[in-house]
Structure formats: C-alpha cells, structure tokens
Design a protein around this ligand. Sequence first.
Ligand SMILES: [Zn+2]
Length: 350
Amino acid sequence: MYYVRYKRKKNRRVKRVFFLLFALACIGLSFALAFGFGKGAIFKLISRPTAAGQALPLLTIQRQERLLLHLNVPIDEGDSWRVRDNKLELTLLHNEAIAAFPLEEQYLEQQISFRREEGKVILVIELDNLPPIFSLRSTAQGYTFQWLEAGLAGKRIAIDPGHGGHDPGAVGHHLDLYEKNVTLAIALELKAMLEQAGAEVFMTRTTDTLVDTTVKPDRHIRPDLWKRHDLVNEYSPDLFISVHNNSWSDKYARGIETYYNPNSLNSFPSKAAAKLIQNELVNELQRYNRGIKPKNDAVLRVDAPAVLAEILFISNKEEEAMLAAPNLANRAAAALFKGIAAFFLDPRGE
Ligand SMILES: [Zn+2]
C-alpha cells in the first residue's frame, strides 16, 4: 500500500546516469542537512497510490523561507498537534491515515520520525532552534503545516466584535450599555495596535451591523455566527479572536473568562492563546479570574487557533460602569494585544 520514496530514484536503465544522479543527490542531501531541513529542498517522503493509480505523496516537506509540510491523508475530528520537549507532535487518527504509514517506527529524515500506536500514528518533528509557532490548516487532501517566524510582523489575525445591528448582545440595565458597542470599540482599538506592530488584520465587522442572518439548511441555529465562521475561514488567519462581554441572570456574576475549542485541530495553540490572553485581561482589569474554559461555539470551530474572550459582566452594576468608562476599550485592547504578542513569541507560555 505504500513505499518509501525518499531520495530514491527508480527505473534508471543507464547505470552511468544513475550514478551521476546518485552523486548529485548525495551532494544535494549534504547541503540539505547542513541547512537543517534544507533550504528550498522538497522531500517526498512516503507515497500512497490514488484511485487513478498514481502515487500521491503522502508527506512532502519543504523549507524555503518557512518550513512547510503537506500531509495528504484524510482528516479525523480528533486529529491534533502539540509541542512537547522541543518536538512537534502531530497525531493522526483516521484509519486511512494510519494505514498509510508503515508498521515500524522510522526516521524519514534526520529530524522527522513517526510511530504507530493503538489507533493512531504520531509524526514527530524535532524543532532544534525553531520557535514553536505553527499554523495547521486543513486542505482538500489533508493538511498543510507551516512554521511561522516569531513575532507579530506579517501575522494574519482575525477579530470578531460580537453581535451588531439589531442584535445588541447583552444590555446593561444601569447605564443602558450595549455589548455590541463595547465589543466593536475594543476590536477597533486592537486592530490599530496589531497593525502598528506589523500584523495584518481582518474584521468580521467594522460598523454597527449584524454580519449575516441568511439561514443555511444545516446551520439554522445562530446563522450569524456561522457566517462569521465562514468569513474567518475564508481569510485563513494565524489566530482568531472573538470579543464579547458576559451577562448572567445572577447580578453578582462577575469577572473575566476566555474560551477555546478543545476538539479542534488547533486545540493546543487555542488553549495556549486563551491562557495568555486571559492572564493579560485579568492583570490589566484586576477583576475576578474565571479562568479558561472549553466551548464548541460555531465561531470557535474555525480552521485556526481560536479564542473567545468574555470581558467583564455587563449584567453586573460595577462591571457595567467599568465597561462604560471611556478608556476601557483601550485598556482591554492593550491586554488582548499583549496576550496575542506573547502567543506569537512562544505559544507554550503559561
Ligand atoms: Zn456576546
């Protein structure tokens, strides 16, 4: 079902040509290893036959400006990646993906190995000195895994100011404060800060409008959230953040909490980003720390590391007053900015 094709040339009828190519390949490989994964090198590591009978490279690794990994295996809902002990581990659960890899543990290349365990295959990439910042995106064939430079410059960040238009979100009863206005003000401040730092920013909305309420057959619950989800996926960010303010029937409910999706491909970086952002919000606003929490919201199912921050309770009199203060948007945005900046320095940060 599979065969290793790493740096092997097949079907060479003329020996001399074979040896010449072999020598060139050796020279190329030495250079490749000398430059880590090999600048500009493309490794087609394992192939599997397609329905059309052609060999589809199962895994190709490329390093030009960035390390790039293409995995042509079907995705399972539980697939995930994480960084541990300076190693990147990608866990694949789909039966077809598991079957595509040989049974024995193997080193495919100096820094890349895989092993099969009960019901999964784990691909391990040694990071050496690479900062552990990656983006993992699903493609038609499987995944694209990309190493990113540390820092905010050039990062693609999507911001979603919650609610808008005829959906005010939570409404405060003491100052008649609307959540939709607070979230937009925070998001606009955050956008400016991120752009100042060299990031590229996409906003699901920049004015007081609801994004979309067109109901799709399979997405009849909260169609506006699904539209935001689709817009963000279209943009394909390195990080997504949705900004909200909390509300509860208990008027004493208070504080700050940040959500992430534990069942996404990007659960590892999402949880890390949630921690960093939550800490910065609590530090800046000095309010009760409700911690980070799992949530499977439509917007958190985007194909990117994703968090949803619930910044203070609009239903709490004291916190509504805080949210209505003229400098709140700037303070909250500064905290979000710090958390995001920390994430792009090292997403393993506590
Ligand atoms: Zn909300």
